[in-house]
Design a protein around this ligand. Structure first.
Ligand SMILES: Cc1cc2nc3c(=O)[nH]c(=O)nc-3n(C[C@H](O)[C@H](O)[C@H](O)COP(=O)(O)OP(=O)(O)OC[C@H]3O[C@@H](n4cnc5c(N)ncnc54)[C@H](O)[C@@H]3O)c2cc1C
Length: 554
């Protein structure tokens, strides 16, 4: 199988559509070039697929001869044998329904494989992460943290919240960042791949591999469903009549409420609850389960609850919600808390009880795609649905719903759909982060999960008061829990509650993924006065009492 290369060229001197055609023709005439495209003369970018790496120099010479200056901005060897066969008679080899992160990963993979790809997006390009999810929430969380830390540079003994700052300006800055990232990471990216077409409109499947958009019928070679998810609210009596905020509404509130009730203490409920609390809103979080951050180690949920309480954020667990009312502009949540009936009041009510896949109303059933109990698309380990022409990726597959999972799935779905590569969708060693302060980050099994799977386990818990970095930063909130196999010492899970736990966890991810042991971690250098040194100290805790060790303990 011959090698193939993908070049991205920046071409100077194009001033009109005619120039773009001229450049394309010059590139296509160059020896060894299989395909060449210019997205538009304005972008100044051209992509080339060629059979030899040396073609790079010939491409530049060819453009010089045609009166243009060019530099190679990117070069990549395409995987051998991974060439998408052309779908006979089809306008597109691959059509992706949805224009979020899963879709973009799928489209780029398809384009790199030489396929002609269409993305169909009915709403805002970029989907959830950049527009209404990760990006807006994390920038607002950081703003709240800065505001809070500047008011309270020393963390212990926090007593009150700072006064509300300029919320409207913060929202404007958030919107500016969202627009810039949407442009940079989605809109501009499309220009780099001329063989990706964006079709604006809502897609409907009509059976087989037929898709209708804006009244036009398309029959692409393969289809990927990447339609994302929407916020889900439980059937609480009175809730629908009263109305409520979901995460999208909360992240764009024109002004801060004086008080906020949050139902649900998962990642989104906790992140947004703390964010608003730190902007001076009186926040109360109501959770039906026994702990906040329900899937985490109980030690972590309990410690996080205490830290939130230190910030005067009231968090109640084991809450039974009976009904919701709204009178005189105020929400009343009637609930049983610790066995006592209470009426909780707030100016606003945020429902953060999870998300459900967007899988209804656009013909999946007609196309023979099967759905699970929560509306998630049922797929094989190759992400193929019950209709062999249709694959699926991202939040529409159900939990876990993270953007890096969506992007990973998009790439796999495209490769499998176009080349029958048979790549397996493997979510082992999947980390996740809750962006509270301190953050929660985990990978692998919790102690309970490991025992349920029949492992004989040993565990170690290290509190951050024994981590030099935390002492130096005067922020000893948090802990690290490691779960290891008893006989072999293999790390099965790492669970961190700490400032920037999301960074620390990555060592745990590598350790779990590559089967490393507690001994491997202990014997590896960890720079002194870093937070990740805490992971090594936690590993040492299996054998030694860390509090009694000297600095740079071994
Ligand atoms: C508040 C919040 C914070 C989050 N924070 C994080 C985080 O910090 N880290 C993280 O990893 N993840 C986070 N997530 C999750 C992450 O945003 C999602 O997992 C990810 O964006 C899903 O990508 P997707 O491509 O599957 O779907 P989406 O990005 O939702 O894209 C789906 C697109 O499909 C379109 N569509 C739907 N139906 C059709 C149709 N019939 N025709 C045409 N178009 C259609 C929709 O308009 C949408 O644009 C967060 C989510 C939320 C809500």
């Amino acid at each position: 199988m011959s090698k193939r290369f993908h070049f991205l060229l920046r071409v100077e001197g194009m001033t009109c559509d005619g120039c773009a055609r001229h450049v394309t023709a010059a590139l296509k005439k160059t020896d060894g070039v299989e395909d060449a495209q210019v997205s538009s003369w304005r972008s100044g970018l051209a992509t080339v697929i060629a059979t030899a790496k040396e073609t790079e120099e010939d491409l530049i010479k060819a453009l010089q001869g045609a009166g243009y200056r060019a530099v190679v901005q990117e070069r990549r060897e395409l995987e051998e044998g991974r060439r998408a066969p052309k779908a006979e008679g089809a306008e597109y080899d691959l059509m992706i329904i949805g224009g979020g992160s899963a879709a973009f990963a799928a489209a780029i993979k398809g384009a790199e494989l030489g396929a002609k790809v269409a993305i169909v997006e009915g709403s805002t390009i970029g989907g959830t992460c950049v527009n209404i999810g990760c990006v807006p929430s994390k920038t607002l969380i950081k703003a709240a943290e800065l505001c809070y830390r500047s008011a309270y540079p020393k963390f212990e003994g926090l007593t009150a919240c700072p006064p509300p700052s300029d919320w409207q300006r913060v929202i404007e800055q958030k919107d500016e960042l969202v627009s810039a990232l949407r442009q940079g990471k989605y809109v501009n990216v499309m220009e780099v791949y001329p063989n990706i077409t964006l079709i604006r409109g809502w897609a409907k499947l009509t059976g087989g591999r037929n898709v209708v958009v804006n009244g036009t019928n398309h029959t692409p070679g393969r289809i990927i469903i990447a339609t994302g998810s929407h916020p889900w609210a439980p059937p609480i009596p009175g809730l629908e009549e009263a109305g409520f905020l979901d995460s999208t509404d909360a992240l764009s509130l024109p002004e801060l409420p004086s008080s906020l009730l949050v139902i649900g203490a998962g990642a989104i409920g906790l992140e947004l609850g703390q964010l608003f609390n730190r902007f001076g809103v009186h926040v109360m979080v109501l959770e039906g389960g026994p702990n906040v951050a329900g899937g985490e180690e109980p030690e972590i949920g309990q410690a996080l609850t205490r830290y939130l309480a230190d910030e005067k954020l009231r968090v109640c667990t084991d809450v039974k919600i009976k009904r919701v009312e709204r009178t005189n502009g105020e929400y009343q949540v009637h609930a049983q808390i610790n066995g006592t009936d209470e009426v909780c009041t707030g100016q606003q009510l945020l429902i953060a009880t999870g998300r459900r896949p967007n899988t209804s109303g656009f013909g999946l059933e007609e196309a023979g795609v099967k759905l699970g109990k929560r509306g998630e698309i049922t797929v094989s380990e190759h992400l193929q649905t019950a209709n062999p022409y249709i694959f699926a990726a991202g939040d529409c597959l159900g939990d876990p719903m993270y953007v890096y999972v969506a992007a990973y799935a998009g790439g796999i779905a495209a490769e499998n759909a176009l080349t029958a590569a048979g790549r397996i969708y493997d979510l082992s060693a999947l980390p996740h982060v809750i962006f509270t302060d301190p953050q929660v980050a985990s990978v692998g099994f919790s102690e309970k999960q490991a025992r349920e799977r029949g492992y004989k386990v040993k565990t170690a818990v290290l509190h951050l008061k024994d981590v030099p970095r935390s002492l130096a930063a005067r922020d000893t909130r948090g802990l690290i829990k490691l779960v290891a196999e008893e006989d072999t010492g293999r790390l099965l899970g790492a669970h961190v509650l700490a400032d920037e736990a999301g960074e620390v966890i990555q060592e745990g991810v590598l350790a779990v993924r590559f089967g490393l042991t507690i001994k491997d971690i202990v014997e590896t250098f960890h720079p002194y006065l870093t937070m990740v040194e805490g992971l090594k100290l936690a590993a040492l805790t299996f054998e030694k009492e860390v509090a009694k060790l000297s600095c740079c303990a071994t």
